[in-house]
Design a protein around this ligand. Structure first.
Ligand code: RTP
Ligand code: MG
Length: 147
């Protein structure tokens, strides 16, 4: 079954949005298979955002993501990578549709509350970067029969 890496960024944790965000993905019908509150060190941040290394905002992005704890998660379900991105909304909260996480709670590009993997390749890479094998679980949920 498909898996994705989602992370409530420091602004989302500080603003008490962890529960709200977890709730949205639970209610949608996805399965939480891994989660932890953690600090991101510089090496992990630079590795995670390596694709943006040459961009002018890279330094600020690394500074921001290491500034305060994040809530890292692995979610499982049919089409979860693309659907989670839709539920998050556009990168810039100013452009994100109401009803999406960024559309409902964000104002600025640099504080857009949540990260989500953008492809199967990045999902695999990011899950392995943030979670050890035994931290992402495999288990049955009775409710799956009803979703
Ligand atoms: P993310 O990786 O955080 O889930 O966001 P995303 O895929 O929607 O956007 P991406 O292009 O991967 O950019 C990563 C993060 O960098 C910040 N950013 N700032 N100032 C700028 O022009 C700019 N562009 C991107 C955003 O915080 C974005 O989430
Ligand atoms: Mg991205």
């Amino acid at each position: 079954m498909e898996r994705t890496f989602l992370m409530v960024k420091p602004d989302g944790v500080q603003r008490n949005l962890v529960g709200e965000i977890v709730s949205r993905f639970e209610k949608k019908g996805f399965k939480l298979v891994g989660a932890k509150l953690m600090s991101v060190d510089r090496a992990l941040a630079e590795n995670h955002y390596a694709e943006h290394k040459e961009r002018p905002f890279f330094g600020d992005l690394v500074e921001f993501i290491t500034s305060s704890p994040v809530f890292a998660m692995v979610w499982e379900g049919e089409g979860v990578i693309a659907t989670a991105r839709k539920m998050m909304g556009s990168t810039n909260p100013a452009d994100a549709a109401p009803g999406t996480i960024r559309g409902d709670y964000g104002v600025q590009m640099s504080q857009n509350i949540i990260h989500g993997s953008d492809s199967p390749e990045s999902a695999k890479r990011e899950i392995n970067l943030f979670f050890s094998q035994d931290e992402a679980l495999t288990y049955e949920k009775a409710v799956e029969r009803w979703v």
